[in-house]
Design a protein around this ligand. Structure first.
Ligand SMILES: Cc1cc2nc3c(=O)[nH]c(=O)nc-3n(C[C@H](O)[C@H](O)[C@H](O)COP(=O)(O)OP(=O)(O)OC[C@H]3O[C@@H](n4cnc5c(N)ncnc54)[C@H](O)[C@@H]3O)c2cc1C
Ligand code: SF4
Ligand code: SF4
Length: 452
């Protein structure tokens, strides 16, 4: 990877690679995060200074150094630091059903907020409509007011602002790139803030979307984007529907089967750095929660979480939650991380190949080598080249707001690819071809029967 010195955020802004972590805003107080009207994503108001560039995870992330600081003495493998891996579900039916996967984050927060060592938690909370902000909560009774997964990009600079303002110890809830920015800022600019962090609960994260995705689905569903009062992407079951409320009523789209959803939440609507992300499984968080997308869990009615405990104390906390009958747990292995997330996500098979492609073509590329690099089997250059051509074209169409054209493109030219994806999902998850071919051992009935 290149060792070029960046004196500002110019290349990040020019290549649309901001993910909204907010680290730069604290490194250079002349900066603000603003929603770019054309890109429909948050990014810094101007190029800022060298310190802003030095903390920015769209320029570089020192995964090895950060993991060594956060988990001293721990072995770092292809999945990062792993103490244990579990499937888990909240025993509280309503909490589980309302949540995105197993309701685990809320169970963890309730328990941590009851502990005398914790003064509060900083987690994303709804303000109004599409606006969500990192917010301080101090009581367990506030936990169920937090949303499920919010898939559009948002400014996260308030996390560091709150850590600066507060005394005491706090639990942070965040997506992987958020922690990349927060820790780079802390260790480079204000190491004393590390004392404010009691622990971190990370989400597994496959992607986030620009607001173009929401504008597109609004057009397909006849909803008014500017009038959205409430949005929820998940809940009400393991996959859940996207629901948007406006004064005219509620619009919804099924994430798996609604064609409008497939067109609007196509991966080219992601914020562009997500295509380069090699940290989907949150290497810097103490505990990571994602969906258990496994053949054995496909029948769940309410959702099951995949949990990676990176520290012994998080494994202990999970066992305490079992003993106090708040959650049920099955112990599994890192094999389930790979199966649930697919190697493309777990090892960055596409992202590392895309990074090499960008470097070869003189495009700005974040300098990132994760613990998964050696396990990555890079996709071939032709695939990346095709993807990049399509990305450039589709971003242009999104920025011209030609969402209807994108819908019909998906329904015609791209239809075989979409069917291919469904077929793969059906054969792997439903027909369990890997187990039939002896390539994988499914979880036993005992391991799964404890879940709804
Ligand atoms: C953008 C995004 C992409 C994701 N992609 C995947 C994926 O590809 N594979 C996978 O297995 N899991 C993914 N997840 C995680 C998954 O959707 C669930 O959030 C996770 O399993 C936790 O479920 P839960 O039932 O415990 O949490 P919930 O009870 O649903 O709680 C969610 C918690 O996360 C916080 N939160 C919600 N959205 C955000 C956000 N954008 N940024 C920071 N904090 C947030 C809320 O404040 C709340 O505390 C993603 C989540 C997000 C936000
Ligand atoms: S990725 Fe974070 S640090 Fe970099 S420009 Fe965006 S908000 Fe600033
Ligand atoms: S995929 Fe990676 S870059 Fe994109 S939002 Fe998730 S953690 Fe951030």
């Amino acid at each position: 990877m290149s060792e070029s010195i960046h004196t500002s955020l110019k290349s990040v802004r020019e290549s649309d690679l901001c993910i909204g972590c907010g680290a730069c805003v604290h490194a250079d107080p002349t900066l603000q995060l603003t929603l770019d009207p054309t890109k429909q994503m948050w990014e810094p108001s101007h190029d800022g200074n060298e310190l802003a560039a030095s903390v920015c995870p769209a320029i570089s992330v020192d995964f090895e150094g950060l993991q060594k600081r956060l988990f001293p003495g721990s072995e770092i493998g292809p999945f990062g630091v792993v103490d244990s891996v579990m499937l888990a579900q909240s025993v509280d039916y309503e909490r589980n059903r309302a949540a995105s996967s197993g309701g685990l984050i809320k169970e963890l927060l309730v328990s941590l907020l009851e502990s005398p060592d914790v003064d509060g938690a900083i987690a994303l909370k709804e303000v109004h409509g599409l606006d969500y902000k990192p917010t301080l909560i101090t009581r367990a009774s506030e936990v169920d007011d937090l949303p499920g997964s919010i898939y559009h990009n948002l400014p996260k600079d308030d996390v560091i602002r709150l850590l600066k303002e507060l005394e005491g110890k706090y639990v942070l809830v965040g997506i992987p790139c958020e922690f990349e920015g927060i820790y780079q800022y802390i260790f480079q600019a204000e190491p004393g803030l590390a004392e404010r962090i009691h622990s971190t609960i990370g989400l597994l994260c496959g992607w986030q979307y620009s607001y173009h995705a929401i504008r597109a689905i609004c057009q397909y569903k006849g909803a008014d984007f500017d009038e959205i009062e409430e949005i929820s992407y998940r809940g009400g079951g393991p996959v859940g529907k996207l629901r948007m409320k406006t004064p005219a009523g509620e619009s919804s789209a099924s994430r798996r089967i609604d064609f409008g959803y497939q067109a609007a939440f196509d991966r080219t609507f992601n914020t562009p750095r997500c295509h380069l992300c090699i940290n989907h499984s949150n290497f810097l968080a103490d505990i990571v929660v994602g969906d258990a997308w496994l053949p054995s869990t496909v029948g769940t009615k309410t959702g099951i979480s995949l949990v990676i405990n990176r520290t012994e104390s998080m494994t202990r906390l999970m066992r305490e939650l079992v003993n106090t009958q708040r959650i049920v747990v099955s112990d599994v292995t890192t094999e389930e991380i790979k199966e649930s997330q697919k190697p493309r996500i777990a090892f960055g098979n596409f992202a590392y190949a895309y990074a090499e492609y960008r470097e070869r073509n003189g495009l700005h590329t974040p300098d990132m080598v994760g613990p998964n690099r050696e396990s990555a089997q890079l996709v071939d250059e032709a695939e990346v080249d095709r993807f990049y051509g399509e990305l450039v074209r589709k971003l242009e169409l999104q920025r011209q707001r030609r969402y209807r054209f994108l819908y019909w493109r998906k329904a015609t030219k791209e239809l075989p690819k979409l069917f291919g994806r469904y077929w793969e999902w059906f054969t792997v998850r439903i027909l369990r071809v890997k187990s039939l071919k002896g390539e994988r051992e499914e979880l036993s009935r005992d391991q799964i029967s404890i879940f709804r």
